[in-house]
Design a protein around this ligand. Structure first.
Ligand SMILES: O=c1[nH]c(=O)c2nc[nH]c2[nH]1
Length: 461
């Protein structure tokens, strides 16, 4: 077992001079045209100075042991800027090799025919190590500095996923997936007792791997009530009560088929909100994926219990039914909401694609709810950054560039030979124009550098 590497921090402070973009709240984006941002060797943001004069740059750099000639000092040219790292609030790591497969199927058919055969392969630790290494590298490359991962049901493979996140420097919530029914014999927890025991062992292992949760936090992961009997949900509820630092993730009001089966299996509950709350799994640490079919009661309970919503516009609109989640309503009610790639239900593992699809979904929603204004591109960026941090209960640490937070950031390049096929930046473009071009037409080639806690973690272009 490896413990978190490089405990002592960075070799030298980092400094960036140029355009810095982040959110202070859902409605408040701050675009700092000539900013100086300095990161201390502890990986935390030490200075954010706006409209900084030249002599002030020199003095602030020197106060932190740097100069304009230091190798860790970066001048961001026109078309280059810093944004906070992307946060993927819903991601199935063992589905890395099935992205795009079986789209158009209803959920239960897709799980049984496409997904479970893939996830079952993680019985083999060597396969898990190889595939999870590719998965974590792939997400880092695309600027996902934090991911909320569902593992497979296997304890060993899920430990490997946690180790790889630590080794490669990705911040992650990692969960052993609990599922002891409504799945084939070859891929199901053998009993409720075993499901809970493997979960406890995984939590203990991860706490040893990263004792201060510097990067990796274990997360309770009942796949959904369809796949978990009463004993599993009861056991997980007890773990949630005993471990108040553990986040919880599950799928919620995802499809009409899933909701109908849930109702048959749990006839005593009128809503999924009541069901998960009864078992102690709905609180301010809960990350609920999809949340498409929401009545007033569900909305109210999510708000009252301060749950977070993982909005997954790509998978929602490409499964058997076109699902339109009420994302404007979540924002209006200040219900915590962020974006999930839902990779591999989502055919794309890119949060940039996800931002764009969130826009399309908000347009679709407007067709039936005229008052629901479509998302603005700055709101899409909010969902991908600070919104996601709130959903993952990590907004005290990451999500924007406030002094004292950890430096999880992307250096975005929209010009130059390596800028790919982004909409060409022209002389007359404002910074807002350039940001919009990035959000609407950029891709991983524009994510030039990726930092987690100040460490550079993108392997290659
Ligand atoms: O998009 C999804 N992916 C899954 O793996 C899953 N399991 C239950 N419900 C699900 N939805």
């Amino acid at each position: 077992m490896s413990v978190v590497q490089n405990k002592q921090g960075l070799d030298a402070p980092l400094a960036f001079l140029g355009t810095i973009i982040h959110h202070l709240s859902p409605k408040q984006i701050e675009i700092i045209p000539k900013g100086l941002l300095i990161v201390g060797v502890n990986g935390k943001i030490a200075v954010v100075e706006k409209d900084v004069a030249d002599d002030k740059v020199d003095s602030l750099l020197s106060q932190h042991g740097l100069s304009r000639h230091s190798p860790t000092f970066t001048v961001l040219e026109r078309g280059e800027f810093l944004i906070p790292g992307f946060i993927d609030t819903h991601n199935h790591a063992p589905q890395w090799t099935q992205r795009g497969l079986g789209r158009g199927k209803l959920i239960m058919e897709w799980l049984n025919k496409t997904t479970f055969p893939h996830e079952a392969k993680f019985q083999d630790p060597a396969y898990a190590r190889k595939t999870y290494a590719s998965c974590v590298d792939g997400f880092l490359k695309q600027g996902v500095t934090t991911a909320a991962y569902y593992g497979s049901l296997h304890g060993e493979a899920t430990k490997i996923l946690a180790e790889i996140c630590v080794q490669k420097g990705q911040r992650a919530l990692v969960g052993k997936c609990n599922m002891n029914r409504e799945a084939p014999d070859y891929y199901v927890d053998k009993s409720a007792a075993e499901s809970i025991a493997v979960t406890e062992d995984f939590i203990a292992y991860t706490r040893q791997l990263d004792p201060t949760q510097e990067l990796v936090t274990p997360i309770l992961t009942p796949r959904f009530a369809v796949a978990c009997d009463h004993d599993v949900l009861t056991g997980l509820g007890k773990l949630a009560e005993k471990n108040p630092d553990l986040p919880i993730q599950t799928h919620f009001n995802e499809t009409l088929q899933e909701m109908e089966i849930t109702k048959k299996l749990y006839p005593e509950f009128d809503s999924e909100a009541d069901l998960y709350e009864h078992f102690g799994l709905l609180n301010d640490r809960s990350i609920l994926a999809h949340c498409i079919y929401m009545d007033d009661y569900d909305m109210r309970r999510l708000k009252e219990l301060d749950c977070g919503v993982a909005h997954c516009p790509i998978s929602n609109t490409t499964s058997g039914v076109f699902g339109v989640a009420p994302v404007r309503e979540y924002l209006n009610q200040d219900i915590k909401v962020g974006l999930g790639t839902d990779s591999g239900g989502g055919f794309s593992s890119s949060i940039i694609d996800c931002m764009r699809q969130a826009f399309a979904v908000s347009k679709a929603r407007q067709l039936d709810h005229l008052q629901d204004k479509p998302l603005h591109f700055t709101e899409m960026l909010y969902l991908a950054t600070l919104g996601g941090a709130r959903v993952c209960s990590l907004d005290h640490k990451i999500g924007n560039f406030l002094v004292g937070k950890e430096f999880d950031a992307l250096e975005i390049h929209t010009v130059g030979d390596d800028a790919g096929i982004i909409t060409l930046v022209e002389d007359e473009d404002t910074t807002e124009d350039i940001l919009e071009k990035f959000v609407m037409s950029g891709d991983d080639r524009n994510v030039a550098k990726v930092f987690v806690k100040g460490r550079s973690v993108k392997k290659s272009k």
